[in-house]
Design a protein around this ligand. Structure first.
Ligand SMILES: Cc1cn([C@H]2C[C@H](O)[C@@H](COP(=O)(O)OP(=O)(O)OP(=O)(O)O)O2)c(=O)[nH]c1=O
Length: 196
């Protein structure tokens, strides 16, 4: 059976790859939102709020552009260390400081995925624990110089060179890199989307 198209409200190349991995055809749509966290906002509420907001923004775009109504999928990923939310770094110096904080410790990576049909929104949050090895200043500087951290929450990409820093992941690898595929398939199923 041919799978219906959905809209992916995301600029993230990882999310495109991950959706392809489970064979869901998509078109891109703009779902940009302000990603500022509220003061003392807990990470799980923050990612869920943003994923829902991105899906709603995507749905609004399709209405404004007079596009056919289809499911809109969006996600948000953040890294949480103690009570801190670590988003994408603004500068290389910030990326180095974040990686120094993550060194030799474990942190959480949270990804929320939200799907909207315009009337109903379904959301799930995946939480994984990532154990980083002790990182020397030189290793951090060399890694930041590759440019890999700059568009990624927590200043690293587990799917890239940062794999060398990760001793262990407990949870969902696809969730860590931007789209938890188990939860995504479950949510699509709730909208009657045909997946095996
Ligand atoms: C922790 C981690 C994050 N990331 C990425 C996934 C997300 O793209 C990014 C977190 O930023 P997000 O704000 O979740 O997403 P985005 O701005 O890249 O894309 P959009 O909002 O348009 O969907 O960090 C990795 O690629 N690998 C990792 O190991």
């Amino acid at each position: 059976m041919e799978k219906p198209l959905i809209y992916l409200a995301s600029t993230s190349p990882r999310r495109r790859e991950l959706l392809k991995q489970i064979g869901v055809p998509y078109e891109l749509i703009n779902g940009e939102v302000d990603e500022t966290a509220q003061p003392a906002e807990p990470a799980h509420l923050y990612v869920e709020r943003l994923a829902r907001a991105k899906a709603a923004a995507g749905f609004l775009t399709l209405q404004q552009q007079g596009l056919p109504s289809r499911l809109v999928l969006a996600a948000d990923t953040t890294v949480a260390l103690d009570d801190q939310i670590l988003g994408k770094p603004a500068t290389a110096a910030e990326a180095e400081a974040v990686l120094a904080q993550l060194s030799g410790r474990q942190h959480e990576v949270l990804t929320a995925v939200a799907i909207s049909d315009g009337e109903r929104v379904e959301c799930a949050v995946s939480v994984s624990l990532v154990h980083f090895a002790q990182l020397g200043t030189e290793a951090i500087a060399a890694y930041v110089a590759t440019g890999e951290p700059m568009d990624k929450a927590g200043s690293y990409g587990a799917q890239g060179k940062a794999a060398m820093f990760i001793e262990r992941i407990e949870g969902s690898f696809s969730g860590v890199i931007g789209l938890p595929l188990f939860e995504t398939a479950q949510l699509l199923g709730r909208f009657g989307y045909p997946l095996p």
